[in-house]
Design a protein around this ligand. Structure first.
Ligand SMILES: [Zn+2]
Length: 462
């Protein structure tokens, strides 16, 4: 399902010249990924400008990029490369019920872009595995769905010689120093707490260090970016969820939420803003991506946006095609009468469909650079959203290709200090800040006993 050729439809897009340049880079990236990691270095740093202005031949770009791989790999040894969103648990759960005797994440997993050996090959130093709860479970056992995947992540981490548990920034640094991949958990979909702060607290106790407030569909206390905004942002209970997450030291993930929720979290949260897997709306106009107005706030408030590599959020044509992606999911729910497995498989086929341009690794790095331009170099990271994808930007086909992202940043002339920040330093800073806020708040208040019935009683919920 991977394509590197450009269809006529692309040529009809507004920036034809730019796309042609990008396609040369894509071709180069596809070539260079076949090369051994230790190519003789012939650095031409500073002589090759960003692909948006330069038009080198594909072979030149390939040689040029390959020359940056040894430096990229050295940086990834010196500092952890942390990816903040991977859907491997959901895929293992769906395909083999999370039974590792049937499908072993420590071996090669066919037809998936993620397994632990490839993570090691890709120099990953820390990974937030997603405990993803599809919106179909809202009100129908959502907490159990989250627990199934939290359990899976615990079992996977305990048995793997490649992983080591981490719940703090310091844990990640220690695991990386010990030559292991730090394994962390993020719950995706606030409906997983079933409108109850006690459930939230127990997720934290199980090691969950971020929660994405919604997935694609609006929940009783928060609007999703890809559904009707029925609350105008967060409800009073939604704000209490944010305050309790601050007190616990769980990052408030505002990927997937509406612009109104982003603004409400910016006003309510005492911790830095955090997007676990979102790209820049200015480059790919999709509501899942972050608008410049919010990027500016992320910069001012010391937050971080972890850039998403799903083609539908990277490539502008793909973004247009995938604009109603979660509306399609809701229609499938009706069509299959709420059968989660059928909806999941039809939705998976849709998002990985053959008509979607895949974009390129260079375009992905363009998103990182745009976030740098608007928010600043200290406010971007990698949240590639691999794990469940069958289509990928050319050059970023699986988790083993992460060094290419680092090499491309170096090739574009970013300093090693800046690149280390993007690789994970910026996220570590946000985690440490979140931990500090929690330590301070725990001195002044205890667990919140607020209920949704009490706080949102006057409101109409969907
Ligand atoms: Zn997501």
């Amino acid at each position: 399902m991977r394509r590197t050729t450009i269809r006529p439809r692309h040529l009809a897009a507004p920036s034809v010249a730019r796309r042609l340049v990008v396609s040369a880079t894509a071709l180069a990236l596809a070539t260079v990924t076949q090369l051994p990691a230790q190519q003789p270095a012939a650095p031409t740093r500073g002589t090759t400008a960003s692909p948006s202005t330069a038009r080198p031949a594909a072979s030149t770009v390939a040689r040029d990029l390959a020359s940056y791989l040894p430096r990229a790999r050295r940086l990834m040894k010196e500092a952890p490369f942390i990816d903040s969103h991977n859907d491997l648990p959901e895929m293992l759960q769906g395909r083999s019920g999370g039974d590792f005797s049937k499908e072993d994440p420590d071996g090669h997993i066919a037809r998936l872009d993620t397994d632990l050996p490839r993570m090691v090959a890709g120099g990953v130093g820390g990974e937030f595995f997603a405990a993803f709860v599809p919106a179909i479970y809202d009100g129908k056992g959502a907490a159990k769905q989250a627990l199934l995947q939290i359990d899976l992540i615990h079992r996977m981490t305990d048995r793997s010689p490649r992983l080591r548990w981490a719940t703090t920034a310091d844990d990640i640094v220690r695991a990386h120093k010990a030559g292991r991949i730090a394994s962390l958990i993020g719950v995706e979909g606030g409906h997983a707490i079933e409108n109850n702060l006690a459930v939230l607290r127990q997720f934290h106790a199980l090691g969950v260090r971020y929660m994405t407030l919604t997935h694609g569909t609006t929940i009783p206390w928060a609007d999703a970016s890809t559904d009707r905004a029925v609350h105008g942002g967060l409800t009073p209970f939604g704000k209490e969820v944010v305050r309790e997450m601050n007190r616990l030291g769980m990052m408030v993930d505002i990927s997937h939420v509406s612009d109104g929720v982003m603004s409400d979290v910016a006003r309510t949260s005492e911790a830095p803003l955090f997007f676990s897997h979102s790209s820049a709306r200015a480059l790919a106009d999709h509501p899942r991506n972050v608008p410049d107005s919010i990027l500016a706030i992320v910069g001012r408030k010391g937050g971080v946006v972890m850039a998403n590599a799903y083609p539908g959020f990277v490539d502008p044509v793909a973004a247009e095609k995938m604009r109603n992606v979660f509306e399609v999911e809701r229609q499938l729910r009706v069509k299959f009468n709420g059968d989660a497995a059928k909806v999941d498989s039809a939705f998976g086929a849709y998002i990985n469909g053959p008509d979607i341009p895949h974009g390129t690794l260079a375009q992905y790095v363009d998103h990182i650079e745009h976030i740098i331009k608007v928010a600043g170099p200290g406010h971007v990271g990698i949240g590639a959203d691999l794990g469940s994808l069958e289509i990928h930007p050319a050059g970023l086909e699986d988790v083993s290709k992460f060094p290419m992202v680092v090499a491309e940043l170096l090739r574009r002339g970013h300093s090693e200090a800046e690149v280390k920040g993007i690789m994970g330093g910026n996220l570590l800073r946000v985690m440490r800040e979140t931990e500090k806020v929690a330590a301070r708040l725990q001195k002044v208040r205890g667990p919140s006993m607020a209920t949704i019935a009490e706080l949102d009683s006057a409101r109409v919920t969907p």
